[in-house]
Ligand binder design. Structure first.
Ligand SMILES: *Cc1c(COP(=O)(O)O)cnc(C)c1O
Length: 480
């Protein structure tokens, strides 16, 4: 036979231990205490299954009960870590959809915890003891903050658009500019959503120019809505004509057609006050004459995932009565978080202190560079002499479709490989080691550098600990 030398004759090698013998070890007893008997038995079986082929083939594997118990414990520990783990977002995109978008305020977290623990007056009117509507908890706040007559809340903004179109344009036409037929990540394509909602899409204008007359000429007896969509993730530059909502609203109202404005990001404050570029607010959209305005709860608004619809009372009531609303409704936990978040907006002076998303976005670049200088030595130490770590100027993005091309000056660390040419492989391996940490560090590779943008850093202590762990992992790898 070919690989004879390493094999042990079957009659002399140790037998595979029975599950009970493994369970009797100290390590397995500890595992039972920690993870329960059923999971530990399953872990032991899986560990036995893992070594069996090599053992059968006669390879020199340690199959002592202690060794199998240790392998089972490691497996159980891995399995007990939450799959949706906390990470450090150093990607430079503050509202990163893949990393869960907005961090919510402590006030909102407390509200969620309270709502989880006890029954709540979710759909119950405490004044008369009758059934209430869940959206009532935020309707008043939204009216006050946006100036709109009424509001309804759903699962996310995609749901808000779907519900709006289905409630107001099912079997009828909705007019949209060709320059605004957007696709957002995650397969949200405006034409497909319209189709699903039962609305017939009427495209007007061209990709770069849509005039008021284009909209007006398309209005006919089948027109249910005219819709504007915020181009969240791109911008058309050059010979461009967009018809602003303020110009469009009176013209479509004159013809008895409501105007819908899908804003995407729910900006409720003047971002210029925080050193950021201005973005049209929900209040402005309402003032410009939009009859329905839709936006997300977890973008710049800084709350939980939610779709907010504000606008004209009679139209919003049609959305609230649609049976689809039941399938798209928000749960009590996020509603509690949304209510607490909106309440913070009543005190704009303290908003940047209390709303983590705004706090992260408003941090000056010099502060981030000073922070980078503090972390540089530890990181350089941790990853060793094969890499070079520099303090750099970076450009962060708000993310999730707010001000798509505007960047915010930022600061952080850039890691380059000193070894192989280009260093791509080494950087990829380093990025993988950072993802494998207990609290993973998520950076961004660009131009042969691994950039760690500190704008999105929400916990300096956690980053320091992750860097220490990275150092231990690198040292262990080098020792192998
Ligand atoms: C982000 C966005 C959406 C989708 O919102 P979700 O909350 O992610 O469902 C829809 N329209 C516009 C213009 C957006 O920017």
């Amino acid at each position: 036979m070919l690989h004879e030398p390493r094999e042990i004759p079957p009659e002399t090698r140790a037998p595979l231990p029975a599950v009970d013998r493994v369970l009797a070890t100290d390590a397995a007893q500890l595992a039972i205490e920690r993870y329960g008997r059923a999971a530990t038995v399953a872990g032991v079986r899986a560990s036995l299954d893992e070594v069996r082929p090599a053992w059968r083939a006669g390879a020199a594997v340690d199959v002592s009960p202690e060794r199998i118990a240790a392998a089972a414990s490691m497996r159980l520990e891995g399995e007990s870590r939450p799959s949706q783990r906390r990470v450090l977002n150093l990607t430079g995109t503050v509202l990163h959809t893949n990393l869960g978008r907005a961090l919510i305020a402590e006030e909102a977290i407390a509200a969620v915890v309270a709502a989880m623990r006890s029954p709540t007056a979710l759909e119950f009117d405490l004044s008369d003891g009758r059934r209430g509507e869940r959206d009532d908890h935020v309707r008043g706040l939204l009216r006050e903050l946006t100036g709109a007559e009424d509001a309804v809340i759903v699962n996310n903004n995609a749901a808000a658009v779907l519900l709006t179109l289905n409630s107001l344009s099912d079997g009828k036409e909705t007019i949209v500019s060709r320059g605004e037929l957007i696709e957002i990540g995650g397969a949200f394509r405006m034409p497909s959503i319209m189709n699903r909602a039962g609305a017939r899409l009427v495209e007007v204008g061209t990709t770069n120019r849509t005039h008021l007359a284009d909209y007006v000429e398309a209005i006919g007896p089948q027109t249910a809505l005219v819709m504007k969509v915020h181009p969240s993730n791109y911008r058309i530059e050059g010979f461009v004509k967009e018809t602003p909502a303020a110009e469009l609203a009176p013209a479509v109202h004159e013809r008895g057609v409501p105007l819908v404005d899908d804003l995407g990001s729910g900006v409720l404050v003047d971002l210029a006050a925080y050193g950021l570029q201005r973005e049209r607010t929900v209040q402005e959209a309402v003032r410009d004459g939009a009859d329905i305005v839709t936006f997300s709860g977890d973008k710049v608004l800084g709350g939980p995932q939610a779709g907010l619809v504000v606008g004209r009372h009679d139209l919003v009531r049609r959305l609230a009565k649609n049976h689809l609303k039941r399938a798209l409704r928000i749960d009590k936990l996020r509603l509690a978080a949304l209510e607490a978040t909106l309440r913070l907006y009543r005190d704009p002076d303290r908003l940047a202190e209390r709303l983590p998303t705004l706090a992260l976005l408003a941090r000056p670049a010099e502060k981030l560079k000073a922070l980078a200088a503090r972390f540089r030595p530890a990181l350089a130490d941790a990853i060793g002499p094969r890499f070079e770590v520099e303090i750099v100027d970076l450009e962060s993005q708000i993310g999730s479709g707010a001000l798509p091309l505007a960047t915010i000056p930022s600061g952080g660390l850039a890691v380059a490989s000193l070894g192989e040419k280009g260093g791509g492989g080494a950087l990829q391996r380093l990025a993988a080691s950072m993802r494998a940490l207990s609290v993973p560090i998520i950076g961004r590779i660009s131009d042969d550098r691994l950039n760690l943008d500190l704008r999105g850093l929400d916990d300096e202590h956690a980053l320091a600990e992750s860097i220490v762990e990275l150092g231990l992992a690198t040292a262990a790898e080098d020792a192998e």
